[in-house]
Design a protein around this ligand. Structure first.
Ligand code: AMP
Length: 214
């Protein structure tokens, strides 16, 4: 049996957190929780919360801490998190990380997937997502077995509005200013491991698996 994992994946938008989260989720049988995906579902459903956060997300800005903290609090309270979980895209600011501590959430591992900004810009232009089930693909690095449709549910794949190059550039700036300090935050707790994202998905997967085992 695998050890219990309460894992945080850090990394710039497009570094491959979502893909690694899905793979680790399948391997350990624990949920991968993406605040970005939860927010996109809220927006798609037209809920009050979705309407309130839409303007931030479409511009690539961070949603206010209090909103995402409430989202994650509710999600981590669900039964399926009892045996572990993977956080993909949360925390993204130091106050969000502090909120996890205040909730009494015990994080066992933090992995930061590092990819140079120039490579992120190239990668993002090929990213495709399924709006229905949330599966993510890349035209070059992780093509869907169903071509332009989702390999899981068959829905036509779409490009996220915030993957537009100008928006990506500003998301990278926000990442460096607000999220990157979390590396220091978790390094001081002795939890941080760095994985250098590779061009080939399977190479990054192998390095991530080694970081979790080592
Ligand atoms: P992602 O799919 O993780 O790239 O998230 C997409 C968008 O959702 C981000 O650009 C933010 O607008 C919002 N978002 C997701 N997670 C967070 C978070 N932890 N804090 C603030 N905003 C977030």
């Amino acid at each position: 049996m695998e050890r219990k994992l309460n894992l945080i994946l850090l990394g710039a938008p497009g570094a491959g957190k979502g893909t690694q989260a899905e793979l680790i989720s399948a391997r350990y049988g624990i949920p991968a929780i993406s605040t970005g995906q939860i927010i996109r579902e809220e927006i798609a459903s037209g809920s009050e919360l979705g309407e309130a956060v839409k303007s931030y997300t479409s511009k690539g800005e961070l949603v206010p801490d209090s909103v995402v903290i409430d989202i994650i609090k509710a999600r981590l309270a669900k039964d399926d998190c009892e045996n572990g979980f993977i956080l993909d895209g949360f925390p993204r600011t130091v106050p969000q990380a502090a909120a996890l501590d205040e909730m009494g959430v015990c994080i066992t591992d933090v992995i930061s997937i590092e990819v140079a900004d120039e490579d992120i810009m190239t990668r993002m232009s090929g990213r495709r997502v399924c709006k229905k089930c949330g599966a993510t693909y890349h035209v070059k690095y992780k093509p869907s077995p169903a071509g332009e449709n989702c390999g899981v549910c068959g829905e036509p794949l779409t490009i996220r509005a915030d993957d537009d190059p100008a928006v990506v550039k500003s998301r990278l700036e926000i990442y460096h200013a607000q999220t990157e300090p979390l590396k220091e935050f978790y390094d001081q707790k002795g939890l941080l491991k760095i994985v250098y994202g590779q061009e080939k998905l399977e190479d990054t997967t192998a390095l991530t698996a080694a970081a979790l085992e080592g």
